[in-house]
Ligand binder design. Structure first.
Ligand code: HEM
Length: 215
């Protein structure tokens, strides 16, 4: 049987292509967005990771999702430092989730409560992405808006406690390969991963609408 990590990667390749070439991400990578758009995106991530990480805390002892709960991945503290830098100390007072972000966060929370294997699909889609393409976003953000390298504003992308991301990803894939479940459950997790990409895409679409290019 094909290792589950390979199945997940190949089955979601098209969805990955779609999000990574979405209007918002393309505009960001092409240095076409202002720092306000980046701050708004970071704020949306704060809601998403709030859901991912409160789910993680609930699932730490779960036999299926528990092994994925790795505190070195946690991002909420880093997002809060970035937001303080981007928006100032009052950032919490104005933080609000776009409807697409709320929908995404609610789906993560529902999976964490009722379907730990589905939660893994969400965990994979975000954290493995952050360890991979996320580094390209960090580099672009540093260059476009002048953040200091790996400093405030881009701490979300810096995994201080994961010095070797390639090795970490290999360990992570071994965890995916060991997820228990029959073929049907594997397919359900793949479908949830595609749904996770779709929810990201909806969030990016909403952000692109809020920050249309004027030029
Ligand atoms: C700036 C846009 C993006 C670029 C350039 C990009 C690029 C990449 C690259 C090059 C890899 C492969 C890394 C490797 O083989 O080790 C990767 C993996 C991945 N990316 Fe992205 N990505 C982007 C955005 C995203 C987004 C927005 C998500 C999810 C919401 C995402 C999710 C993933 C996942 C889950 C993987 C791991 C695939 C696997 O090995 O199983 N990426 N990305």
């Amino acid at each position: 049987m094909e290792p589950f990590s390979t199945l997940l990667r190949t089955a979601s390749r098209e969805q990955h292509e779609e999000v990574s070439s979405s209007t918002f991400i393309s505009d960001l990578l092409a240095h076409r967005l202002g720092v306000d758009a980046y701050a708004r995106y970071t704020e949306q991530l704060w809601f998403v990771y709030g859901a991912l990480e409160s789910g993680a805390r609930q699932l730490a002892g779960d036999p299926v999702a528990g092994p994925f709960v790795r505190p070195e991945l946690f991002r909420v503290t880093e997002l809060e430092r970035d937001l303080e830098h981007l928006r100032g100390p009052g950032w919490r007072g104005t933080a609000d989730a776009l409807p697409a972000t709320l929908k995404y966060a609610e789906r993560i929370t529902a999976c964490a409560r009722t379907w730990p294997a589905g939660y893994i699909a969400h965990h994979y889609t975000r954290y493995l992405g952050d360890l991979s393409g996320g580094q390209i976003i960090r580099d672009t953000a540093e260059k476009t808006w002048g953040f200091s390298k790996k400093g405030d504003g881009v701490r979300f992308y810096v995994f201080e406690e994961i010095p070797n991301p390639a090795a970490f990803k290999r360990t992570y894939c071994a965890l995916l390969d060991a997820v228990p479940g029959d073929e049907l459950e594997r397919q359900r997790i793949v479908a949830e991963c595609k749904r996770a990409y779709g929810l990201n895409n909806e969030m990016f679409e909403a952000l692109a609408e809020e920050f249309p290019l004027t030029a």
